[in-house]
Design a protein around this ligand. Sequence first.
Ligand SMILES: Nc1ncnc2c1ncn2[C@@H]1O[C@H](COP(=O)(O)OP(=O)(O)OP(=O)(O)O)[C@@H](O)[C@H]1O
Length: 561
Amino acid sequence: MEKGPSFLFAGVSFDKKKFATDLARFKENKESENLADDFSFVEGEKTDPEKAMVSFVKKRKRKSIAGETVEGFNVFKSSKQLAPAVDKEKEKVEDGPSKAKKELNKQIERDAVFRKKYNIHVSGANVPSPLRTFAELSSRFGCESYLLRNLAEHGYKEPTPIQRQAIPVLLSDRECFACAPTGSGKTLAFLCPMLMKLRCASKDGIRAVILCPTRELATQTTRECKKLAKGNKFQIKLMKKELVRSTDLSKFSCDILISTPLRLRLAIRRKKIDLSRVEYLVLDEADKLFEVGNLLKHIDPVVKACSNPSIVRSLFSATLPDFVEELARSIMHDAVRVIVGRKNTASESIKQKLVFAGSEEGKLLALRQSFAESLNPPVLIFVQSKDRAKELYGELAFDDIRAGVIHSDLSQTQRENAVDDFRAGKTWVLIATDVIARGMDFKGVNCVINYDFPDSGAAYIHRIGRTGRAGRSGEAITLYTEDDIPFLRNIANLMKASGCEHPHELGNMSMSRNYVNILKHKAMGCYEFISICFTVTSCGKLLQITGVPYRSKSAAASTAL
Ligand SMILES: Nc1ncnc2c1ncn2[C@@H]1O[C@H](COP(=O)(O)OP(=O)(O)OP(=O)(O)O)[C@@H](O)[C@H]1O
């Protein structure tokens, strides 16, 4: 028997009921210590998710098992089915030391050490042992050879931390809530167990559904799923307009259906698509799907339509705000929570920089200057709106840069072409709104530039997560102006949490402005600055400021402090 993390971390078992108050207190402390956990959503787009979510949660709560409460670390409810197994183990323990008990404890210890090594944190009852190798898929779970072959063909030698834990959880028919950094292989973590559980193709209705927040991500996931399923006859379908138009969806069947929430909701409403046989439901980028006023209203009918009582649901994302956890608790039971690294932090393989650009004009000059000096494609540039995307694209069109643009005003074909051209290296720079900020896996993006300041901590993490994927390194540059200064601390904290050097003086911008003045006097005379770079030591001491001068062709000047 495996136990929750309270056991794993302490190395001893204790009565959770008896010490419930202490546990709850400890849990509170633990959460407040997690600096990045409390990133707030910046003013303007700030909503009260909990409040707006109430009706949804209430609805789901009525369906959940009455009277179950969250206890200590055991975030999710334990299923009734599991109770006898737990009791049996307890009886065994009470029988006194036995060989089986000793062996079990050893296994628990080994798992704890292994999880610690890979920075995996779990909560929930009886969490299955993590995967040591992909070969275990076959020895422990009877994985078919086609899948192992496909994994090898992809060059996947060993599972990533999220795959090590989420795959055995899902293969044990447990619901799962998983949070792991961008680019850490979450897609395979849900696709692999899904293919294994479905075993072979069948015409028995729609058997699995994957929901993605954007069409681009749904398309990418479909492609990945087909690659992984090669050699098996699974019917894997992307819910496209054409499919909706040309098919009688009331009789539609496929093994895996991948869709955005809106398309699926319309199919339920207008075309009477039947989701009552769905055995596996994945909500990818779950926090985005549950975003109030956006996709949430489409999610509820889909979750409801997936009415199979033995359905296994899972939620995946690189960011996990508390309100999504709350929601997960209300709709899932017997779930295992898997967190890799620290919750809500950017990937550690990304070198992050904040650059003061002064004004809007300054941003464009800084961008042009950096392209002139060191354009290292592929580069992704994020802006705040489709109008801003069109505007910047118009500006760069006159430069000798192979740029593309993607935003929601484009047709589906234009959007697909923009993504394909960037993937194929036909365009070096892709200007994008947040439509491709999540989940998109472009191989080898060297640099992400936040031309417009991201409007939340989560947006920042996902945007910059388009680089530094699958263990590669990457760079992220965030330009900011005077107007963005109130929101800098949020981003600076995220940088710090992911191990990046950042000027801790950023918290006090009056100080930074003083540095700018010093630099003006010391190095640049009367020039107005458009871009300031801070160089800091690992202990946070500001060493150097580099400024790119406005109306000057001279090289960047810097001053040591
Ligand atoms: N076991 C593995 N070994 C090596 N590479 C892997 C492995 N699993 C996945 N990858 C690769 O890692 C990259 C990122 O994977 P994926 O897109 O699933 O990340 P993600 O965690 O879903 O990121 P995001 O949060 O941005 O959606 C992909 O290119 C994928 O092919």
